[in-house]
Design a binder for this molecule. Structure first.
Ligand code: PXG
Length: 292
């Protein structure tokens, strides 16, 4: 359990890490966040996560009030305070305390907190057998409503899809955009492999620019000499793909065995997927910002 939390410039005991009921992060989901991981004393892709956080904040006109350098220190100090080497880090910036109206101008100071905790890993069988997924009816947010590129505190769209998945006995859900093209999952990006080409939906189709997604695209190009494309596709393309997998900070690279009752490939984790899992693991263990 996390014992110490970074809250607005101070490291405080978990019991003392309290937020006002007038915080607009709570009242309206007005804020942004990141989920980051540390492996063996190093924070994986910390700068990439911070870049995305600051882009999300810029998109919602939220001035974080800290430089990236200061934010990096806040993250590292929180992990140090909890004496962790492997960790799941949640970094949250809300609009801050305001009145009961929507007006963000009434919130003079953002709330910033960092939680560093032990990671809850997914069951091993997800990786050895592959996931059995379904396409759900909840569509991913419109890019011109709440752009999924913004990692905002408004996760109800994803939670509604997750509820559908859970009701069908699955840990993840495939979400389509309003036009019926595959967008992403509730907390993971999606990839298919067809004729040795790796394909993932472009961010404009309703996908978060996942840090794991970027790392996997890079590994596929540079280490495995695969062709990588950001292209829209339909569920038909998943059903008929050679391989399918998801990527995310918590999941890393996770194979998909079945979608909507259709077996993907031969129903076992694919050869390329297995190789990417290994390459990605190597990357997490050999790079990152040192904590100590
Ligand atoms: N899409 C969405 C909608 C996400 O929330 C990803 C893709 C993957 O991005 P990264 O940068 O992690 O490769 C995410 C991020 C969880 C959890 O507890 C996962 C995310 C966010 C919040 C919680 O599994 N995934």
């Amino acid at each position: 359990m996390a014992k110490f939390i970074y809250l607005d410039g101070n490291i405080v005991k978990k019991e003392d890490a309290k937020i006002s009921v007038f915080d607009h992060g709570l009242l309206y989901g007005d804020g942004v966040f990141e989920g980051i991981r540390a492996y063996n004393g190093r924070v994986f892709k910390l700068r990439e996560h911070l870049d995305r956080l600051y882009h999300s904040a810029r998109a919602i006109m939220l001035d974080i009030g800290l430089s990236k350098r200061q934010m990096e220190e806040a993250v590292l100090n929180t992990i140090r305070a909890n004496k962790l080497k492997d960790a799941y880090i949640r970094l949250v910036v809300t609009r801050g305390v305001g009145d009961l109206g929507l007006d963000p101008r009434k919130c003079p100071k953002p709330t910033v907190f960092v939680i560093a905790d032990k990671i809850a890993l997914y069951p091993e069988e997800f990786y050895t057998k592959g996931l059995d997924l379904f396409t759900v009816s909840t569509r991913r947010n419109l890019v011109n409503a709440i752009n999924p590129c913004i990692k905002s505190l408004n996760y109800l769209n994803n939670i509604l899809a997750k509820i559908e998945a859970i009701r069908m006995g699955s840990p993840e859900a495939i979400m389509l955009n309003k036009d019926g093209y595959v967008a992403e999952c509730t907390g993971d990006n999606i990839f298919i492999l067809k004729h040795n080409t790796l394909i993932t939906p472009p961010t404009w189709a309703g996908a978060l620019q996942g840090v794991t997604r970027e790392a996997v695209m890079d590994l596929a190009k540079t280490r495995m000499k695969l062709l990588v494309k950001e292209e829209i596709f339909t569920v038909y393309d998943i059903y008929t793909a050679d391989e399918c997998f998801l990527t995310g900070t918590a999941a890393e690279v996770i194979p998909v065995a079945k979608v909507d009752g259709r077996t993907i490939g031969d129903g076992k984790p694919g050869k390329i997927t297995i190789e990417l899992i290994r390459e990605f693991k190597d990357l997490t263990r050999s790079t990152g910002v040192p904590i100590y």
